[in-house]
Design a protein around this ligand. Structure first.
Ligand SMILES: NC(=O)c1ccc[n+]([C@@H]2O[C@H](COP(=O)([O-])OP(=O)(O)OC[C@H]3O[C@@H](n4cnc5c(N)ncnc54)[C@H](OP(=O)(O)O)[C@@H]3O)[C@@H](O)[C@H]2O)c1
Length: 328
């Protein structure tokens, strides 16, 4: 079965996906009988040099045409932002196409509405890459941990902040020097405000909470404190107490079912599983009533790790729905 794919965006995430499609496409065909055909790649600036060149497709700036192609079954949105990305995702779902995205800003802001639209149109919306990069936490919550009632979810969800906090603790760098180093190494954006203010982490927490506790909570309901005011003396004080400071995202459900969401720099004992997570690495601890605590640690961002999560969503949707497409 050939499944048609339209990819919007050929930056970090889109390029990672194209690399994986090239590397694993043949294997998927021979082992699963599934042929993922990349039919369209949409970009903004054709003059920009590309690290990765899609094999049989000429990238285009026309974002409307792929949505009108009846042979496109799945749309992958890897552009980012709320405006064009929002229109593309909404239009694709309205047209009954399945959508995969890694866009945490869009999903945190409009996830509930977009999921409702998807279900009304018989389509699905997947966004594993939006939380924790390569870490398959949403798959785990949806599948392997389905027996569990979750009581708490805690994580380190922003690689830039974790890198800064690690360098402050281990090299005694001031926050702004650690940030400059993260930017030089390509972990941090030129404008790091969404990272260090905790907003990026809060967006991911809203998405995690949706899967852990079965409901969407507004971004505004997250109690957010970033790392911008942390000093070396805060870090040193924590070390003296046998602790480290981490930007922790935490979602808890109390006995009455109320869910609260918090993002803040927290002192945690050096023996805590999350204290061992260094540099740009991400981690999530899930506490289920039957399974007990489970901690996932891995690359929370980057072209290939995020591409890996997007590819997993794509393959899962294709395998789930191909019998319907085969009949039509
Ligand atoms: N980077 C990561 O590690 C990572 C991890 C997890 C999630 N994400 C999420 O994944 C999404 C993409 O991130 P990224 O890092 O891959 O971004 P990026 O490197 O900036 O790439 C964005 C791509 O989208 C294209 N694009 C942007 N606006 C467009 C428009 N209006 N019309 C057509 N094409 C447009 C750009 O085209 P041009 O190339 O022509 O400019 C570019 O190819 C974001 O939502 C981000 O939050 C990223």
């Amino acid at each position: 079965m050939t499944v048609g794919v339209a990819l919007y965006g050929l930056g970090n995430v889109g390029s990672g996906l194209v690399e994986i499609l090239d590397a694993r496409g043949g294997e998927l065909r021979s082992t699963r009988g599934l042929d993922l055909e990349l039919r369209h790649v949409v970009i903004r600036d054709p003059s920009r040099p590309r690290r990765v060149q899609p094999r049989h497709v000429q990238p285009t700036c026309d974002w409307r045409a792929p949505l009108e192609d009846a042979q496109v079954h799945i749309v992958v949105e890897a552009m980012g932002g709320l405006d064009t990305a929002g229109v593309v995702v909404e239009s694709a779902l309205r047209a009954g196409k399945h959508v995969v995205t890694a866009n945490k800003a869009l999903i945190a802001a409009r996830g509930e509405e977009l999921e409702a639209l998807a279900s009304a149109r018989g389509a699905e919306l997947r966004y594993e890459g939006a939380v924790g990069g390569a870490i398959p936490v949403l798959h785990a919550l949806r599948g392997a941990l389905v027996a569990n009632r979750l009581t708490r979810v805690r994580g380190i969800l922003n690689g830039t902040c974790n890198y800064i906090l690690t360098r402050m603790a281990e090299d005694r760098l001031a926050l702004e020097d650690a940030l400059a180093q993260a930017q030089e190494l390509g972990f941090a954006e030129a404008d790091p405000s969404a990272d260090i203010s905790g907003t990026d982490t809060a967006q991911k927490l809203v998405i995690l909470a949706r899967h852990a506790f079965g409901r969407w909570l507004p971004l505004e309901s997250v109690c957010v404190e970033g790392i911008e005011r942390l000093t070396l003396s805060d870090v040193d004080d924590a070390l003296r107490r046998g602790c480290v400071i981490k930007l922790i995202a935490e979602a808890t459900r109390d006995d009455d079912g109320a869910v609260s969401l918090r993002v803040a720099p927290v002192e945690i004992p050096a023996t805590d599983a999350l204290a061992q997570v260094r540099n740009e690495v991400n981690a999530v601890t899930l506490e289920g009533d039957f399974a007990g605590p489970l901690t996932f640690i891995g690359r929370g961002a980057g072209s290939r790790p995020t591409g890996s999560a997007v590819f997993a969503d794509l393959v899962e949707l294709a395998l789930l729905h191909r019998s319907r497409w085969e009949r039509n």
